[in-house]
Structures are given as structure tokens and as C-alpha cells.
Design a protein around this ligand. Structure first.
Ligand SMILES: [Zn+2]
Length: 250
């Protein structure tokens, strides 16, 4: 059964208990990393994932809390002896920012570093980003302050669907992308420009007909029960408030 691993569940400002939000999606054969904060090699190991099994990295947008962990991820995989290329996908500005981070750190001078292969995701609804033995990944642009994509990850063997909103205020493109999702991970930072409140996350889950809702990208000082209650008022299905190192099957 495919799993989404919550490597971090916090907003841009991490708390003592929540690192910035980033995820791993694990199938039978490979793992995808979605955004990259903090200490990704450590977090993957804490969750029992072999970091060398990473098939690809998808960065949803270029805000620092979503990409700043990439250089240390690549350093770690290099030290672990990775040889195959790493495919890195994201909106043009996001992959360009990742490339710039690696350039600043002279990664091209590391002896025998594996290739980092960048793929710009067009900001077009329902774009097929990549296909692996386990998954088909689609993206649609969402409503954040910068170019940003939400992801729909379909498990090929079972047909199960997991959707990640990334950072966004409520928008119709996400409702369309997420139609019928078995599991929706939706940000719940708050009701302000480019973000969503727990209630709005619930409204989005209801609008797309999602079966379960997990709130992520959470501020450090909020009340978890209050977040859950707000989302439940708008969404008829089960609601979970994510914690770091939690695992959800879909
Ligand atoms: Zn952002």
C-alpha cells in the first residue's frame, strides 16, 4: 500500500515540534520526495526509508522553506555513493533556484557527483509531471504569491490517489486536480493571501470529494483541536492534523 510520510508539518516558521512541511511518497519500488526542507537524509532514515531509493524530487515553488534542504540532500546522497542521476522537477523559477543554490556551493566540483537533471513543469492544469513504476504524478498551478503547483499522485497498481495542495489559497484549479482524492494533504497556515485556513482546507476537501483530509503547513502556536474542529465544520469526512514523522496510507 502506498504511503505518504510527513517529514515536516510546519509552516514557513518552524516550531520546536514541527519542521517546515515536506513529504516523501513511498511505493513498492521507489520513493518520491516532495519539497525539501531541514535534514532530509535524517528524516528519511527516521522513517525507515533508504535515502538511496529516492527516484525523484519535486519542488512545488521556490520559497525557501520548500527548497533550502536540497543541497544537503544532494551532499548526503553523494556521500552514500549514489551514482544514478537525480531527476528534479518544479516550476521554472523553482528548479532555477535549486540550480543556483547548488552553483553557489560549487557542487559541480564535488568529484564524481551524480547528475542533477532539471525539468521545468509548465504552469498548465493537469500536466503529467512524471511516471514511475509505482506512480503517475500530475500538477496544476495554484494560487500562491509565486508560481506554485499542487500535485496529484496516482498509485498505478491500486488506482489510489493522494493530492498535496502545496501553498495556496482556495482555487478552482486545485478542486479540479484533486477530484475524488482518497487522501488530501492541504495546507492550513491561515486565512491570508496565498494561504488557507483549516476551514478553507475543509471546504476544498468537500468541494473535490476527497475521502480524508490531513492538515499540514501549520503554525507552531495554534490549537490542534480548534484546527480540526474548524475543518470538520466544512468537511464531512475524517480530518487529521499532521505531525512530523507521521505516515498516512492511501
Ligand atoms: Zn510558499
Amino acid at each position: 500500500m502506498p504511503q505518504v510520510l510527513v517529514l515536516g508539518s510546519g509552516g514557513a516558521l518552524p516550531s520546536a515540534k514541527r519542521d517546515n512541511t515536506y513529504l516523501a511518497v513511498r511505493g513498492e519500488h521507489s520513493t518520491l520526495l516532495i519539497d525539501c526542507a531541514g535534514s532530509p537524509i535524517q528524516r528519511l532514515r527516521q522513517m525507515g526509508v533508504d535515502p538511496t531509493s529516492l527516484r525523484a524530487l519535486i519542488v512545488t515553488h521556490h520559497h525557501p522553506d520548500h527548497i533550502y534542504g536540497v543541497p544537503i540532500l544532494i551532499l548526503g546522497m553523494w556521500l552514500l555513493g549514489r551514482q544514478e542521476d537525480l531527476e528534479i522537477y518544479g516550476p521554472l523559477k523553482a528548479v532555477a533556484s535549486v540550480a543556483s543554490l547548488l552553483e553557489v556551493l560549487d557542487a559541480s566540483d564535488w568529484p564524481a557527483l551524480f547528475g542533477n537533471v532539471f525539468h521545468a513543469i509548465p504552469l498548465i492544469e493537469h500536466t503529467l509531471v512524471l511516471e514511475t513504476g509505482d506512480f503517475r504524478v500530475y500538477s496544476s498551478p495554484v494560487a500562491h504569491m509565486v508560481a506554485c503547483v499542487a500535485l496529484r499522485i496516482e498509485h498505478k497498481a491500486s488506482g489510489a490517489v493522494m493530492v498535496y495542495s502545496s501553498d495556496t489559497e482556495p482555487c478552482e484549479s486545485l478542486v479540479r486536480l484533486g477530484a475524488g482524492a482518497d487522501l488530501l494533504l492541504h495546507e492550513a497556515t491561515g486565512n491570508f493571501q496565498g494561504h488557507s485556513s483549516p476551514r478553507q482546507a475543509g471546504e476544498m476537501a468537500q468541494a473535490m470529494g476527497a475521502k480524508r483530509l490531513v492538515l499540514v503547513h501549520l503554525s507552531g502556536n495554534g490549537d490542534e483541536e480548534e484546527w480540526e474542529r474548524e475543518a470538520r465544520e466544512a468537511f464531512a469526512g475524517p480530518v487529521f492534523v499532521a505531525h512530523d514523522l507521521e505516515c498516512f496510507e492511501f
